[in-house]
Ligand binder design. Structure first.
Ligand SMILES: [Zn+2]
Length: 206
């Protein structure tokens, strides 16, 4: 690194991913070096996922700005990372208090899987968010805001229709909908290699 620090450097832009159109061996030297640098960067990025950076990196002279948080260098997605670091602690406290979780519960949740399942859903974002946070306009909720709305389940007329009832309502009219939901769950679980225990939990729970 000290070698880089003391040597004079220039910057030149090279079009990326040229190997997609032409074999690497036929590319110019700069394009080949660019390809190799790209590969090294990918390897480093993968390694970082397994072993996150724990220290401050030496700044290359071409790097005009380098951001450090608690003496650790932020090496990518600076804006997003800073926003996350600034907001996460308050958000975690808020979630813990709202859900009335005891200490340590938050850490037991696989938030990575939670994020993927929310992001990969084919359902509209608004629906998923409302479903996860129990904000769907079920009878109980709409009646809470406007008393003249019916709080009972429109299918079986059970009192105070909520999210739980939406999934567990035993009315035959909802059987068709429920059958499709269970079929979709099974297909998704098969496709994504979900464990048998989780599949049974989902199946029996609904
Ligand atoms: Zn019902």
């Amino acid at each position: 690194m000290s070698l880089i620090k003391n040597s004079k450097q220039t910057i030149e832009w090279i079009r990326g991913h040229q190997d997609e159109k032409m074999p690497k061996a036929r590319l110019s030297l700069l394009a080949q070096l660019n390809f190799e640098a790209d590969e090294l960067a990918n390897t480093a990025q993968e390694a970082r996922k397994l072993e996150p950076l724990q220290h401050r990196m030496v700044r290359s002279p071409n790097n005009l700005i380098q951001v450090h948080v608690n003496n650790v260098t932020v090496t990518s997605k600076v804006k997003r990372t800073l926003r996350r670091l600034a907001k996460t602690p308050k958000l975690v406290t808020y979630i813990q208090q709202k859900a009335k979780w005891e200490e340590g519960v938050f850490e037991t949740i696989d938030w990575g899987s939670h994020k993927s399942s929310v992001q990969n859903s084919i359902l509209p974002d608004k629906f998923v968010t409302k479903f996860v946070h129990d904000l769907l306009p079920t009878g109980k909720r709409v009646h809470y805001y406007k008393i003249y709305y019916e709080h009972r389940c429109p299918s079986c007329f059970a009192d105070q229709e909520d999210r739980r009832h939406l999934l567990l309502c035993g009315d035959p009219k909802r059987r068709k909908w429920k059958g499709k939901l269970l079929k979709d769950i099974r297909e998704t679980c098969d496709r994504t290699d979900v464990s048998q225990e989780m599949l049974e939990l989902l199946y029996n729970g609904i």
